[in-house]
Design a protein around this ligand. Structure first.
Ligand SMILES: Cc1cc2nc3c(=O)[nH]c(=O)nc-3n(C[C@H](O)[C@H](O)[C@H](O)COP(=O)(O)OP(=O)(O)OC[C@H]3O[C@@H](n4cnc5c(N)ncnc54)[C@H](O)[C@@H]3O)c2cc1C
Length: 335
């Protein structure tokens, strides 16, 4: 038997880590992540004594495959069901939706699942891939400082769609999907209170103004600590306000929080704003993953589906299954 094929997976979010785990026994897999932390948009901001899930709020597992994947992490307590006391704001705007299937959070913070998934993988952190360069021996990854990793037989990008489109060469066979699919931004306002606001709920869907969602993160399972609240805008509002001065946006969202909840947030011990340029996927790519077997390039992510954690898992597992035959010597099947 020959040497294992070498695969570079760009991104240590759920897609990248799922692809890497699925292929780790068959190939030599290296995960390269630009951030110091793991999990991508399944993110946690720590500002002692507060902790905020300022990206993904919770996730569903509607498919048996994702339930099966999560089962050991649920058993270990790394993933826990979350059934918050929920309302719609303003209060006369209707009843909160009833979740037909369970919703989950990672515990003790949203990054915990990524940490568990990455525990036995080769992950290089704090290394941003700037360009790809093809040599006879395979692909080289190059960062801004000109450092190189490689060569690799395959490069799989799991960066959000616009970043993947910028990384992969224009000759990439799956490239037509890039112009068709679209992602949208979101703002997360984080508020930490030493003296908790007297809220009668743990999660709220907001139907008026810039905000769309508010969660009392400190009430999620496995957390505790002083009251930590995340308020997120609608994607449309974020798109229309992405380039405004961030202090101005923060103050407007703090006022929107007061209007929506009827509570005065001016006593917050911590306030911060995070701008996500790529949060949601209003128009997905029309394929479960993208692959160019001639060049040894592929891409996957939530933007191949519904823009959710479960969609990221589905894209990752579909791509891993398609790559497997080529890693075992057979031809890769295109979607
Ligand atoms: C504000 C917000 C709220 C959300 N709420 C929910 C929710 O409630 N429920 C739900 O199911 N989903 C939610 N989502 C969506 C969910 O977070 C994503 O669907 C999922 O995390 C996508 O995982 P991914 O691995 O495909 O992408 P990502 O998590 O974005 O991972 C991609 C990784 O690639 C890295 N990367 C990018 N470029 C490079 C480069 N050049 N070199 C190296 N590394 C690179 C990034 O740093 C990142 O870690 C939300 C997202 C946001 C932002």
């Amino acid at each position: 038997m020959g040497e294992k094929q070498r695969i570079a997976v760009i991104g240590a979010g759920l897609t990248g880590l799922t692809v890497a785990r699925a292929l780790a026994e068959t190939a030599s897999v290296a995960v390269i992540e630009k951030s110091r932390g793991l999990g991508g948009r399944m993110a946690t901001r720590r500002a002692e004594p507060f902790a905020f899930d300022h990206g993904t709020q919770y996730f569903s597992a509607k498919s048996p495959a994702f339930e099966t994947f999560l089962a050991p992490y649920i058993a270990a307590g790394t993933v826990k069901p979350w059934a918050p006391k929920s309302v719609i704001l303003p209060q006369d705007a209707g009843d909160a939706p009833v979740w037909a299937s369970p919703r989950y959070v990672a515990a003790p913070s949203m990054t915990a699942l990524a940490k568990a998934l990455a525990s036995d993988l080769d992950v290089t952190r704090g290394w941003q891939v700037e360009t790809l360069h093809r040599e006879q021996a395979g692909w080289l990854l190059i960062n801004r400082e000109g450092q190189q990793l490689g060569p690799f037989d395959w490069v799989v990008s799991t960066a959000p769609l616009p970043q993947t489109a910028a990384l992969l060469p224009t000759s990439f066979a799956g490239g037509s999907a890039f112009s068709q699919a679209r992602m949208q931004g979101c703002y997360s306002l984080m508020l930490g209170f030493a003296d908790p606001l007297p809220l009668a709920w743990e999660a709220a869907w907001v139907r008026e103004g810039p905000l769309a969602w508010i969660a009392v993160d400190s009430s999620k399972p496995g957390r505790g600590g002083p009251q930590a609240i995340v308020a997120q805008t609608s994607n449309d509002w974020a798109e229309a306000n992405l380039e405004r001065p961030q202090e101005e946006v923060r103050d407007e969202l703090r006022d929107a929080f007061a209007t929506a909840t009827g509570q005065d947030p001016s006593g917050a011990a911590y306030i911060s704003l995070h701008r996500w340029r790529y949060a949601n996927v209003p128009v997905p790519a029309d394929a479960p993953f993208l692959i160019d077997q001639e060049s040894g390039l592929a891409a996957a992510g939530d933007w191949c589906g519904a823009g959710k954690v479960e969609a990221a898992f589905e894209s990752a597992t579909a791509l891993a299954a398609a790559l497997m035959p080529s890693l075992q010597g057979a031809r890769v099947l295109t979607p």
